[in-house]
Design a protein around this ligand. Structure first.
Ligand SMILES: [Zn+2]
Length: 254
């Protein structure tokens, strides 16, 4: 980090730090952060402060409070706790809707025929565009602490995946991560999940992960942070790859 950037970062952390009472209330409410050490929580607070300074929150039909902004920031910064905020710097806006929202997307079938489709989404991430989130889904994740479900982590995983310009389930890997190991582990798990879904068999993961490699990475990132024990038991090789990528070990095998 150069001198000017370091000075600016220090200034923001000093002058605009998230208020302690707001931060502690949010941390208390977010069960998935309870496993973090005091040092990690302090680092997460710094990252969240910087994220709030960089991003613009836009409420559509909803008034966004400080508490809501911090709630989003803390969860958005969890995946990049050991990766750095620069990975989220290519975009600015976080758009919040009060509930799930409809989008119109054209689907092209195998014969090249375009079918207009209306879909109800709880979140969306645009390449170089905003992250869009439904507040009611965020609240639901907090209230029920759904295993394997966190809309904010899902959309941030998409943003990380898109860093190399394509959304294909493989973000730019770290220098010492062999691509063949990543591909073998995730492709095998993806194929297994697809087979279970095609044969209407019970899956130990959200079947939505079988819809594309990009969704697989996003959904499995949700599991990695919210149900690491489940993922480590059922998909140990994927868990190992994600632990290397995120540089975190949310679950240690006994
Ligand atoms: Zn998705």
């Amino acid at each position: 980090m150069n001198f000017v950037k370091r000075f600016k970062t220090r200034y923001i952390l000093h002058r605009h730090a998230i208020k302690p009472n707001v931060w502690h209330a949010v941390i208390e409410r977010l069960e998935l952060l309870h496993r973090l050490s005091a040092v990690e929580k302090a680092h997460l607070r710094s990252l969240s402060t910087l994220l709030l300074h960089e991003k613009r929150f836009i409420g559509v039909g909803i008034i966004i409070t400080d508490d809501m902004r911090v709630t989003v920031a803390a969860q958005a910064c969890l995946p990049i706790l050991y990766l750095g905020l620069d990975l989220l710097s290519a975009w600015t806006d976080i758009v919040i809707y009060p509930t799930a929202f409809f989008v119109n997307r054209d689907q092209v079938d195998e014969y090249g025929i375009v079918h207009p489709q209306e879909r109800l989404l709880s979140g969306e991430a645009w390449s170089r565009g905003p992250v869009i989130l439904s507040w009611s889904d965020i609240e639901q994740d907090i209230r029920k602490c759904h295993q394997g479900h966190n809309v904010i982590i899902h959309e941030i995983a998409h943003k990380l995946d898109m860093l190399d310009g394509s959304s294909n389930g493989m973000p730019p890997l770290h220098f010492k991560m062999p691509i063949p190991e990543w591909t073998a582990a995730l492709s095998e798990a993806y194929r297994t999940l697809q087979q279970h879904v095609q044969h209407y068999e019970r899956t130990c993961g959200n079947p939505y992960a079988a819809s594309s490699p990009a969704e697989f990475f996003a959904v499995f990132s949700e599991y990695f942070f919210t149900a690491p024990d489940v993922q480590s038991r059922h998909f140990p090789l994927v868990y190992k790859q994600l632990a290397q990528y995120y540089r975190q070990v949310p679950y240690v095998c006994q």
